[in-house]
Ligand binder design. Structure first.
Ligand code: AMP
Length: 273
C-alpha cells in the first residue's frame, strides 16, 4: 500500500493506475465504521484510495479542529489491513489556496439540522470533496449513512454538477450496545457512555413504535425526547429522503435523526425506516 503525502505525488500515482478507482474520504482516527467503507470499496473497485484529512474548512471557529483525534500510524495499518491501495494524507497548505472559487451547499439542504448548528460546515465538506474527486479521478466514492445529511448534499452536488462519480451509501456500524461508531466517541468519559446510548436507544424505540403501527411523527418525537432526557438535545427530526419534515411516517421513505450533547461531546445518529 502506498502512503501519499502530497498532491503532486497523488497526481502521479493516479496517472499510473489501471482499472476502476474507489475513494473513501475520511478524517482519520479510523474505526470499524470507516473499515466497512474501505472493505466495500475494495470489493467493488480495483484501486482504493483512502483519504485521511482533518479538513479545516468544515470546522467552525469554536469547534474541535485542533483536538480532533489524530492517529496517523494506526490509520495507515488499518487501511493496509483492509486492502486499500493507497492512503492520501495531505497537509492543509497543499490542499487550499488563498484565492479559490466559493463552493456553497444548497441552503435548502445545508441550512437545516446539522447546517443550522454548524453554518458553513457543508460548504467546507463540498469544497474538499470537489478537490478529492478531481484529484483521485475516482469512479466511486463511499460514504456512511451515519452522516445522512452529508450523503444527501454530496449526492445533490454529483447530480447537479454532472460529476462523473457514483456515490455509494454504506450502512451505519454500531457497537454491540447500539452506540454508532464515531471518531468523536474517543472524547466520551466513562460516565458519559451510558448517556451516549440514549441516542441509539431513542432511535430503536422510534423504530419499534413504527413497527407496532405508530405513524404520528409528533408522538414518536415526544417519546424520543423522553428517552434522551436529560441530554442537551440539538434536534430530533423526522424527514423523508429529501429531508422534508414529515408529520406522518412513510414506510421506506423516512429518516429519523438526532443530535445531542453528551457531556461536552456533540453526537449524531439516525435510522432509516
Ligand atoms: P469521518 O472520518 O467522520 O469524516 O467519516 C468518514 C466517513 O465514514 C463518512 O462517510 C462517515 O459517514 C463514515 N462513517 C463514520 N462513522 C460511521 C459508522 N459508524 N458507520 C458507517 N460509516 C461511518
Amino acid at each position: 500500500m502506498k502512503v501519499i503525502k502530497s498532491v503532486d505525488e497523488l497526481r502521479e500515482y493516479v496517472a499510473g493506475l489501471n482499472g476502476s478507482i474507489g475513494l473513501v474520504p475520511t478524517m482519520g482516527a479510523l474505526h470499524e465504521g470507516h473499515m466497512s467503507l474501505i472493505k466495500r470499496a475494495v470489493s467493488e473497485s480495483k484501486n482504493v484510495i483512502v483519504s485521511i484529512f482533518v479538513n479545516p474548512t468544515q470546522f467552525l471557529p469554536d469547534e474541535d479542529l485542533h483536538k480532533y483525534p489524530r492517529k496517523e500510524e494506526a490509520d495507515i495499518k488499518i487501511c493496509e489491513l483492509c486492502g486499500a491501495s493507497a492512503v492520501f494524507m495531505p497537509s492543509a497548505d497543499d490542499m487550499y489556496f488563498e484565492n479559490e472559487p466559493c463552493v456553497i451547499a444548497p441552503p435548502k439542504f445545508a441550512s437545516i439540522l446539522e447546517g443550522k448548528t454548524r453554518p458553513g460546515h457543508f460548504d467546507g465538506v463540498l469544497r474538499v470533496l470537489t478537490k478529492l474527486f478531481n484529484l483521485t479521478k475516482a469512479n466511486r466514492a463511499y460514504f456512511g449513512k451515519k452522516d445522512a445529511q452529508q450523503l444527501l448534499i454530496v449526492k445533490n452536488m454529483v447530480k447537479t454538477m454532472f460529476l462523473n462519480i457514483e456515490i455509494i451509501a454504506c450502512e451505519i456500524i454500531r457497537e454491540s450496545d447500539g452506540l454508532a461508531l464515531s471518531s468523536r466517541n474517543a472524547y466520551l468519559k466513562e460516565i458519559d457512555k451510558c448517556n451516549a446510548l440514549r441516542l441509539s436507544r431513542s432511535l430503536f424505540n422510534a423504530s419499534n413504535m413504527i413497527k407496532n403501527g405508530e405513524t404520528d411523527a409528533a408522538k414518536i418525537k415526544e417519546s424520543m425526547l423522553n428517552t434522551l432526557e436529560p441530554l442537551e438535545v440539538d434536534y430530533v427530526a423526522i424527514v423523508d429522503r429529501e429531508f422534508n419534515e414529515i408529520s406522518n411516517i412513510k414506510l421506506t421513505d423516512t429518516i429519523i435523526l438526532v443530535a445531542a450533547k453528551v457531556g461536552n461531546t456533540r453526537l449524531i445518529d439516525n435510522i432509516w425506516i
